[in-house]
Every structure is written in structure tokens, then in C-alpha cells.
Design a protein around this ligand. Structure first.
Ligand code: BGP
Length: 466
């Protein structure tokens, strides 16, 4: 059996910079971050962590830290700058260099095709609300399989269809900044359709390796077990988890979801004849799980849907989720949280893995992201992020326990490899194992968590006799 993947993860827009170099087209995030709509933390990814120019240095640090895998995303706008049409050879050359640099260091490249950044031309034509985007994505995916499929063995189609579309069309903090969940369901459906089409193209091309989708899945819990709380849990599971995972893993949109949306009067005219076959053919080989926190839910008592999120890391801002007719997100005053209100609750990964394993027996899992944001401080050339070590240690231990108990987890990736742009939160919210000194030419400084991770991987290898 191949080695367990111990790695870390990034996404193109968040770390690459070089936003207008080597023939790259503009993405919706380039345009949004350059606009006045980007008002909460008006930072851009223009330079970001300068990873585009420094990937070798970053890979050297990964290799020196014992990491044997790197999850990164490809910027669609570097490969097909206008979204459809001509392939940009400089974009292909860049990712060839990244992939080759991984392999030269014994690092398995784990590629995500889509991580939030959509070519602007497709975005103005309706983005994911437009079904044609799913065909454009499939053509882009084929270009990537064709160029990199001889070396990349682990692929993911789309990152977080749930969270991304919830921010784009529910909370409204990501472009196109809409607050209308009916539009969210449409966009998410097309993303899932796009993923299924790409999975089929991967199989038809007979490429080696595995392909999956990355899902932000949640352990759904509640303070009470009364029937109304049980119903809130069922609906939250449908809303966050099954709406994505059933489609990716079982190849079908849950009937309960279709019924629920219809009962709200939504017109599901985007469900077309023939789609069921597309979804059924495009079932994934594995599910990537981005694990940050659980969902503690309760019955919804408001008649208005309201969604907000804390993008400032201050008490002036809050996280609120009330989905009318579905559920509300509850709070546990006894658990610790970071400044952005995220619960620090490592056991959630154990509960989640078992919940998913019960629902989808024998499914292969990969923890594609796990991490915590803090305003880390560089003091005397060091970053003592003991809070992050505690958090990650808890998640690793609970993941391995679930694995020992039969959940087929094949890898674990810390979010993030180094500090990078945090969507809307700017650069103050840091996740990296490596500190990026934005005031000093993006100098890299490994944090305590980097060394902890290195030791953890070394201990694992020793135990496994590697
Ligand atoms: C996930 C995304 C990542 C990353 C992470 C941290 O949802 O896949 O891209 O950003 O969350 O979230 P944030 O940066 O919003 O704090």
C-alpha cells in the first residue's frame, strides 16, 4: 500500500501573486479585489506570498519538514486565460515546473482544478449560475489532464462547492456578492455537474490515479435530542453535507433536497433530462474533506434567513446562520474559539469521519485541509504558535483514531503551507506552518508548528518502518 500522505495545502489566488504575468487572464477575484466592493479588508492577491516566483523555496521547506505531498490549485486563468478557447503555453510551463519540482523532492503533487478563482469572462456571463460554465470547466480540466496527467496521480475537481457558493450567494461576502439562496442552489448544482463531467473525462482519458472532490463537510451536532433538534440536524446535514457529498459519491442529488427546495417554491429549471446519467457516471474515487469546525445546530425560530460571518476578527463582527424553514447555527459557550469565532474542537473530525463512513461505506477519504487562523507574531525571528500545535495535534490524533477504527483515510494536509491571503480577511489572519514576513520581501520563517509537524511525520515514519 502506498504511503500515507502527510502534506500541506494552498490555493493559487491566495499565494501565487503574479496576477498579470506570463499571459494569465483576469479572474473574478482579481477584479473583485481591485474594486471598491473589497472594502472590509481591502487587500489583494496581486503579490500574495509570491509563491509563483518562490515555489522552489517553499517546496524545499516542505521536503525538509518531511512532507511527502503538496496540495495546490491550478489557476484556470493561467491555463485558459479567457475561460474558454486557447491554451496558454506559459501557464502549462509554470505548472509543469511546479509538478517537476515536487517530484524531484519526493513530494506527491495533489492538484485541485478549481479553488474559487473563475475566469472573469465566464463570471460576467453568469458564472456558475450559467450551465455553460460546467462545459468550460470540463474543457479546462481536459487540458490539465492532458498536460499533467502523465505525472499527477491525485486530482480534485472543485474545492468546497458548499462553502464557496454560500459565501458567493448566501453571506454575500464573495463575488458576485448576492444574498439569495435560490441562486446559490443553482450555482452549486452547476459546480457539481462540472465536477461530474470532469471525472468522466478523466476516466475516458484513461489517466492513472484517483480523482475526487473537496467538500467542506461538518459533524452535525446539537445540545438536545428532542424531535425538533433531530429535525434541525437532519436538515443541516442535507444543507451542508449531503447536498454535495451524495452527488459526488452516490451520483445523485438527494430527493429530500429536491423536495425541500420545491416546497419553498423554487423553480428547479436547471435540473435537465440526462443530468442524472451525467452525475451517476461522474462519481468520485475519493472525498477530500476540509475540516475546520463542526456545526452545532438548533431549530430555526426566525422567519427570515440571515447569514453573516466574522471577517474582521473583532467583537464588532459576528457569525450568524439562520436558514428559515431549515435550522439555525447554535453556540456552545464552553468551547474555545479563535478571534474570528471559529470553535477549536478537534474531536469534530472523528465524529465527522464516522458519520461519513456510515453513510458511504468503504469510501476513500483525504483530509485536504485542516488549520486555524491566528494573528501570529514574529518575535526575535521566531513564531511560537503553540495554540496551532495544540489544535493540529488534536485533529491528527482524532483522524488517526478514526483511521484505526476503519475509516479509510489516505492523507492529511495542513492548511496552509505558508501564510497566505485569507479570503476577505486579508493577511492578518495567518494559517501557515511557515511565517511570511510581508514587510520583508515575503521572507519565509518556519513556525513552531512547522517543527512540530516535522517531528510528527518522522515519528509516524519510524512507527511504520519507513
Ligand atoms: C477554506 C478554503 C481555503 C482557506 C480556508 C481558511 O474554506 O478552502 O481557501 O481560505 O478555508 O478560511 P479563511 O481564509 O476564510 O479563514
Amino acid at each position: 500500500m502506498s504511503a500515507f500522505l502527510w502534506g500541506s495545502a494552498t490555493a493559487a489566488y491566495q499565494c501565487e501573486g503574479a496576477w498579470n504575468e506570463d499571459g494569465k487572464g483576469q479572474s473574478n477575484w482579481d477584479v473583485f479585489c481591485h474594486s471598491e466592493k473589497n472594502s472590509i479588508n481591502p487587500a489583494t492577491g496581486d503579490t500574495a506570498s509570491d509563491h509563483y516566483h518562490r515555489f522552489e523555496e517553499d517546496l524545499n521547506l516542505m521536503a525538509a519538514g518531511g512532507q511527502n505531498a503538496y496540495r495546490f490549485s491550478i489557476a484556470w486563468t493561467r491555463i485558459i486565460p479567457n475561460g474558454t478557447g486557447v491554451v496558454n503555453p506559459e501557464g502549462i510551463a509554470h505548472y509543469n515546473a511546479v509538478i517537476d519540482a515536487c517530484l524531484a523532492r519526493g513530494i506527491e503533487p495533489v492538484v485541485t482544478l478549481y479553488h474559487y478563482d473563475l475566469p472573469e469572462s465566464l463570471f460576467v456571463a453568469g458564472g456558475w449560475e450559467n450551465r455553460r460554465t460546467s462545459d468550460a470547466f470540463c474543457a479546462y480540466a481536459k487540458a490539465c489532464f492532458n498536460a499533467f496527467g502523465d505525472r499527477v496521480r491525485t486530482w480534485f475537481t472543485v474545492n468546497e462547492p458548499n462553502y464557496d457558493t454560500l459565501c458567493c450567494y448566501g453571506i454575500g461576502n464573495y463575488p458576485p456578492n448576492i444574498k439569495d439562496l435560490s441562486r446559490r442552489w443553482r450555482a452549486m448544482y452547476h459546480m457539481l455537474l462540472a465536477s461530474a463531467k470532469a471525472v468522466t473525462a478523466f476516466r475516458e482519458g484513461a489517466y492513472q490515479g484517483m480523482i475526487g472532490l473537496v467538500s467542506d463537510s461538518y459533524a452535525i451536532e446539537a445540545h438536545s435530542d428532542t424531535p425538533d433538534y433531530q429535525e434541525a440536524k437532519r436538515l443541516a446535514d442535507l444543507f451542508y453535507n449531503r447536498s454535495v457529498n451524495d452527488v459526488a459519491v452516490l451520483g445523485q442529488l438527494p430527493t429530500e433536497l429536491i423536495d425541500k427546495l420545491r416546497s419553498e417554491g423554487q423553480i428547479l429549471d436547471y435540473l435537465l433530462p440526462g443530468d442524472q446519467e451525467i452525475l451517476a457516471a461522474g462519481k468520485v474515487d475519493m472525498l477530500g474533506i476540509n475540516a475546520y469546525d463542526r456545526m452545532l445546530v438548533k431549530p430555526c425560530t426566525t422567519s427570515q434567513t440571515s447569514l453573516s460571518t466574522n471577517n474582521t476578527g473583532t467583537a464588532d463582527s459576528s457569525n450568524e446562520t439562520n436558514i428559515a424553514g431549515w435550522f439555525s447555527v447554535d453556540e456552545d459557550p464552553t468551547t474555545q474559539k479563535n478571534a474570528w469565532g471559529m470553535e477549536l474542537y478537534p474531536k469534530s473530525i472523528y465524529t465527522l469521519l464516522h458519520q461519513l463512513n456510515d453513510r458511504y461505506p468503504n469510501l476513500v477519504f483525504m483530509i485536504t485541509e485542516n488549520g486555524v487562523g491566528y494573528r501570529d507574531q514574529l518575535v526575535d525571528g521566531q513564531v511560537h504558535d503553540t495554540y496551532r500545535v495544540d489544535f493540529l495535534k488534536g485533529f491528527v490524533n482524532w483522524t488517526l483514531k478514526a483511521r484505526e477504527e476503519g475509516c479509510d483515510v489516505r492523507g492529511y494536509f495542513v492548511w496552509s503551507t505558508m501564510d497566505l491571503y485569507s479570503w476577505i480577511n486579508g493577511y492578518a489572519k495567518r494559517y501557515g506552518l511557515v511565517y511570511v514576513d510581508y514587510n520583508d520581501n515575503c521572507r519565509r520563517i518556519p513556525k513552531d508548528s512547522y517543527y512540530w509537524y516535522k517531528d510528527t511525520i518522522a515519528a509516524w515514519n519510524q512507527k511504520e518502518g519507513r
